[in-house]
Unconditional design. Structure first.
Length: 302
């Protein structure tokens, strides 16, 4: 694949990157434009089928892990602004090359010792993988005092219970999942304690919602039955909102979420339509837009 370097242009959008940009070939740019258009159409169609009415359209995060900055720029030129990255250094490198009105979402494992590096990215919009008070505190401490707005954070919930996945336990049980009703048990849960910590101790963070990575088995069975991991996250959101109200943070306080509700980030390339039908507000699509990714070893070898 050939790339075409272009000079910095002071007229570009709202901000100028710090190093010269590169553009993909016209053929690659058209390929990405077509793929992005298809995903957008599918997001719109699936969103229209959601059981609950929406006040705002869902957010499509284009996951650009292992993909070159030129691919991101091609999608940017087609109006895409939300992009997701899994690795800290890759995000740092790309953010330095690309327009600063991009909204970067970090969706990889959050390590407290990387909080300072992440916090240095001025247009970091959200971290979707907060799962500990230590990580939240490290982020809050590392963010510059002159940052114009708080950093959005989503708390990661391990809805599938798989050991290989990060996240705190959900606040739901049963099949189909339902929100836990024991208020004392809910209020003492790890998730509620984490949420309260963010609200009370981390003024530079804004609790935006919850995120999950569902199990592959549930994803593959999406055509046969509702995805229980998605239902589990929705039920957990309901239980958490009630717990926050009991703790003195009611929806009308405006201290969390958007329009009085916590957002849900669930659904990837293979199951985002089922996630939208289940009420997801944010979907994370990589392969469906950019195509198959190289393996990590192949990336390191180049």
């Amino acid at each position: 694949m050939r790339f075409f370097p272009i000079p910095l242009r002071r007229s570009m959008s709202s901000a100028v990157p710090t190093v010269p940009l590169v553009r993909a070939t016209p053929e690659r740019a058209e390929e990405l434009k077509e793929a992005l258009a298809e995903i957008r159409q599918r997001v719109e169609a699936a969103s229209a089928k959601a059981a609950a009415p929406r006040t705002t359209p869902p957010v499509l995060v284009a996951v650009s892990k292992y993909k070159p900055a030129s691919d991101i720029l091609a999608c940017y030129d087609d109006g895409q602004r939300d992009f997701g990255e899994n690795y800290v250094q890759e995000l740092v490198d790309k953010a330095a090359q690309l327009p600063q009105d991009i909204r970067w979402h970090f969706i990889g494992t959050l390590q407290s010792n990387k909080a300072k590096i992440l916090a240095s990215i001025p247009n970091l919009y959200a971290i979707q993988t907060v799962s500990s008070t230590k990580g939240a505190s490290a982020l809050n401490k590392a963010l510059p005092a002159d940052r114009p707005t708080p950093l959005n954070v989503l708390l990661q919930v391990n809805t599938s219970g798989e050991d290989a996945k990060s996240g705190v336990p959900p606040l739901s049980a049963g099949s189909p999942p339902a929100a836990l009703t024991d208020a004392s048990a809910v209020d003492g849960s790890e998730l509620v304690q984490l949420a309260r910590h963010v609200l009370a101790e981390c003024p530079r963070l804004r609790l935006q919602g919850l995120m999950t990575i569902g199990s592959l088995a549930e994803s593959l069975a999406a055509d046969e039955k509702p995805n229980e991991d998605f239902a589990r996250l929705a039920a957990t959101r309901d239980a958490l909102q009630a717990a926050l109200a009991r703790a003195g943070f009611p929806p009308e306080s405006g201290k969390w979420g958007e329009d009085g509700r916590l957002l849900l980030s669930m659904g990837m390339s293979s199951d985002f339509e089922a996630a939208l039908a289940a009420g997801s507000d944010i979907v994370r699509v990589g392969t469906g837009i950019f195509g198959a990714r190289p393996k990590k070893e192949e990336v390191k070898s180049h």
